[in-house]
Write a protein that binds this ligand. Structure first.
Ligand SMILES: NC(=O)c1ccc[n+]([C@@H]2O[C@H](COP(=O)([O-])OP(=O)(O)OC[C@H]3O[C@@H](n4cnc5c(N)ncnc54)[C@H](OP(=O)(O)O)[C@@H]3O)[C@@H](O)[C@H]2O)c1
Length: 179
């Protein structure tokens, strides 16, 4: 099957994915009476594993909710040497170059990957390893925080596949890498 690395992420108007305190509660301040998931379940149904940065992994753990993923999560970290034992079989620590990490994940039979976390996404983009980006823009200016995008060694062209609007407030653009 064709390998794909996809991003599905929400940003502020000024392009941040977490605020100055590292918080993401601003993602959920718009009235959403029917709990519209803005395409998340549809997106994740098309993925067979998640590659997640250590900061995002720790954010998920801090929610103190049952583990929310049904597919394996590969956590990128140079600092961590192990993950909580209750997540054996659910989350796996990976290290090394992205090339080696992807090789390891493909060998385990996963090839439709959800790439999550700011630094993680930037490192994939630096090596031109992202095929699709679904970018959901929340109407707030945070004025600082964790950025989604940064410097790249080269320009990357994308094609707009679709635009959706949710709650009359949120614009979601789905891009595909054009090579
Ligand atoms: N708005 C949204 O939709 C959304 C989505 C996801 C996350 N978030 C939030 O955004 C923030 C993301 O934080 P972040 O930008 O620091 O990103 P991150 O990608 O979640 O985590 C960065 C960490 O991942 C590890 N890492 C990344 N690339 C690596 C590589 N190539 N090799 C080895 N390790 C690598 C490093 O951990 P070590 O330091 O351990 O080496 C690095 O410090 C969090 O606050 C999160 O809650 C928001």
């Amino acid at each position: 099957m064709n390998k794909k690395n996809r991003v599905f992420i929400a940003t502020s108007i000024d392009g941040f994915i977490a605020d100055k305190n590292g918080e993401i509660d601003w993602l959920h301040t718009l009235p959403n009476p029917n709990n519209d998931d803005m395409g998340y379940m549809e997106f994740i149904r098309g993925c067979d594993a998640i590659v997640m940065g250590r900061t995002t992994f720790e954010t998920v753990l801090s929610f103190n909710i049952p583990w929310p993923y049904q597919i394996p999560v590969f956590v990128l970290s140079r600092q961590l040497n192990n993950l909580p034992p209750n997540l054996t079989d659910k989350a796996h620590l990976v290290k090394g170059s992205l090339h080696d990490i992807l090789k390891e994940i493909y060998q385990k039979g996963h090839n439709q990957l959800y790439i999550d976390g700011g630094r993680t996404i930037r490192s994939f983009l630096s090596e031109d390893l992202i095929d699709e980006i679904t970018l959901t823009t929340i109407p707030i200016l945070l004025g600082g925080g964790a950025p989604l995008f940064g410097d790249l060694p080269q320009e990357l062209n994308f094609e707009l596949l679709e635009t959706r609007t949710y709650l009359n407030q949120v614009v979601q653009r789905h891009y595909q890498r054009r090579k």
